[in-house]
Write a protein that binds this ligand. Sequence first.
Ligand code: KE4
Length: 424
Amino acid sequence: MGRSEELFCEAVELIPGGVNSPVRAFGSIGGTPRFIDHADGACMTDVDGVTYLDFIGSWGPMILGHNHPEIRKSVEEACKKGLSYGAATEKEVVMARLICEIVPSIEMVRMVNSGTEAVMSAIRVARGYTGRNKIVKFMGCYHGHSDAMLVKAGSGVMTSGIPDSAGVPAGCTQDTLSANYNDLGSVESLFSEFGEEIAAVIVEPVGANMGVVPPKQGFLEGLRSLCTKYGTLLIFDEVITGFRLGIDGAQGYYGIQPDLTTFGKIIGAGMPVGAYGGKKEIMRHVSPVGNVYQAGTLSGNPVAMAAGITQLTILRDHPEIYRELNEKSDWFFEELSRIVREAGKPWQVNHVGSIGTIFFTDQPVTDYASAKTSDTAKFAEYFHYMLDHKIHLGPSQFEAMFLSAAHTKAQLQQTLDVIKEYIK
Ligand code: KE4
């Protein structure tokens, strides 16, 4: 028995499912999760000394690759000054200014500790600001595990096949309305019925938690105009797309200004960081200046800020990183599509920039229902074939592949060669 198996046997007795986040348990694809010892660049090495080319990238944060020397140095330096004070620091001002300068729609921002916390807080601010209760979300979109968002969610909820979660009282979700992604008509119907009761529409501007599902032409624009018409806030959940598609995220990539934006992942560079922000007129409703309460012991933690500031600064000052990453990613996913097509397989490949998914279905994947037609057993077989060839994908059909600046063309070509072998 290898060390991962030993650790997993022990872990399942101590931690639910042996993991601290469900998707890591390999539940939908079977087998033993690899316990990782260290990571560097585009690779991670497990406790049995096996090194894998990594396409999880910590589910998004590692856009510059693992163990980036400048990020590591800034964390080491910050640690020497103490880990946390529970008091204001200059680093929080630097981070806030970075985000406000970079993201078109943000004039004021609050740091939190996860994407879940960012979304939960943004929803509360939207309700406090509008005085309304109802929230529209989209089936297959995942916005973290706060109660009101666990309705037809994506990611781990979709992976485990639980459309809703136990332990969430009806009262917490009675004001959460579900619409179909890429289906403006389903949103118009909700507005016709609930119109000025709707506080916010929250959307992943690129769906990435039912696998990657790009917005159809006009979808985001339609949401923007519906929200403006009804005085509803448009919330872009950019926990994945923020600083991923480009320095100004999906809102820059698609040219749409949301009223509030949530962030996570990349802004922490692997440390636990989330954030939410928007126009001052809205954000001034947040405590202590406003009447919408939100707080956090480790929010704006100086060590986490050091990591995030360094990563965002590198990304801001080196636009060639995005140009090269997106060119490399377009090439990779287009090559993957070509391989699938030439092998006569009906499967679908969706991607936007450096996130993408191969869906084992013959239907174009444009929403939750079409994503669900994917053959998850086939995905499991594919996943393990790749793992056996030292390529570690995300262990779920309904997640994205994350490419990074550290992935070389040769490593990506090697990945395509292995996929080609699998497919033939
Ligand atoms: P966290 O609370 O996990 O930091 O962020 C929640 C969240 C919010 N919004 C979006 C669009 C997200 O993708 C996420 C979290 N993403 C998943 C991966 N699909 C996290 C992986 C996991 O749950 O372990």
